[in-house]
Design a protein around this ligand. Structure first.
Ligand code: SAM
Length: 287
């Protein structure tokens, strides 16, 4: 029996195929059969994906398609699809186009009315959210943050008021700096979950407040190894409100007795809200 949406009944189609993010058993039966049936495979890194295909016992002509040659490859891919070839697009791990190449190609094919078929499977951000215990009714995926602290803090500042769960990808080299910048921007009391090495032998979840998770990372000698998904709970409300506490009322009361800096520090400690914001707010409230 031929299932729908298989290469057998789809000439001139691109299949966007998810591959595992660590555990090879996560490759779906459909992904395996599609990869085995297409005429050619477009891969981010042909050597890396060659090893996966070898493991699957699949041998196919491959074309490299990465961030730096995606536009140049378009003509060749269009030509092959025009000849009726069935192609698969894969990335090094997980779902293509999710912080991986393929957007330019898929957009162009769709604009030309060429069929693009998803073959879903592993995706680090979805796997992480499914087991983190943070709200998933609304979330935003922000991809990778800038590597340098200054630009990273500016990017985080843009997310500070976001009320949905915020998801990032991060490298192990930058994870400690990233969590420190988040604590500074979102306040140390904000809840965070880190998912490291998902689906692999040393899969680890770190969870707690930003302050607590910074401590957990500092104590774990393996923290600087492996890949991370970072998930931060959204802001509770709009503006400088610390949950049920009326921040303005608290600041105003403290300002009758204390200097601005001290009042801001006390409220920051009590609410977990960023000290800088509270300082500015206290200045504006000062009689
Ligand atoms: N396309 C992939 C997907 O579907 O998730 C993501 C590719 S992106 C270039 C690689 C990043 O995804 C890593 O730096 C890490 O943040 C995250 N990632 C990939 N595999 C992971 C894993 N096994 N555990 C945790 N994070 C992972």
């Amino acid at each position: 029996m031929i299932a729908n949406n298989t290469p057998a009944d789809r000439a001139g189609t691109l299949f966007v195929v998810a591959t595992p993010i660590g555990n090879l058993e996560d490759l779906s039966a459909r992904a395996r059969s599609v990869l085995g049936a297409v005429d050619r495979i477009l891969a981010e890194d042909t050597r890396h994906s060659g090893r996966l295909l070898q493991h699957l016992g699949i041998s196919k002509p491959m074309i490299s398609l990465h961030d730096h040659n995606e536009r140049d490859r378009l003509e060749r891919v269009l030509d092959l699809l025009g000849q009726g070839e069935r192609l698969a697009l894969i990335s090094d791990a997980g779902t293509p186009l999710i912080s991986d190449p393929g957007y330019v190609l898929v957009r162009e094919l769709r604009a030309r009315g060429i069929t693009v078929v998803p073959v879903p499977g592993a995706c680090a951000l979805i796997a992480a959210l499914s087991a983190a215990g943070l709200p998933t009714d609304r979330f935003v995926f922000e991809g990778f943050l800038p590597p340098k602290s200054g630009a990273r803090k500016r990017a985080l500042e843009q997310c500070r008021q976001q009320t949905a769960t915020i998801v990032f990808y991060e490298s192990p080299r930058r994870i400690a700096g990233c969590v420190a910048d988040m604590a500074e921007t979102f306040g140390g009391r904000r809840e965070i979950v880190l998912a490291r090495e998902l689906t692999k032998t040393f899969e680890t979840f770190y969870s707690g407040t930003l302050e607590q998770v910074a401590g957990q990372l500092a104590e774990d000698p393996n923290a600087a190894k492996g890949e991370y998904v970072v998930m931060v709970r959204g802001a509770e409300g709009n503006g400088p409100a610390g949950g049920d506490i009326n921040v303005d009322a608290l600041l105003t009361a403290l300002l009758t007795e204390l200097p601005v800096k001290k009042a801001a520090r006390i409220v920051a400690d009590a609410t977990g809200l960023p000290r800088n914001d509270l300082y500015k707010r206290a200045l504006s409230l000062k009689p």
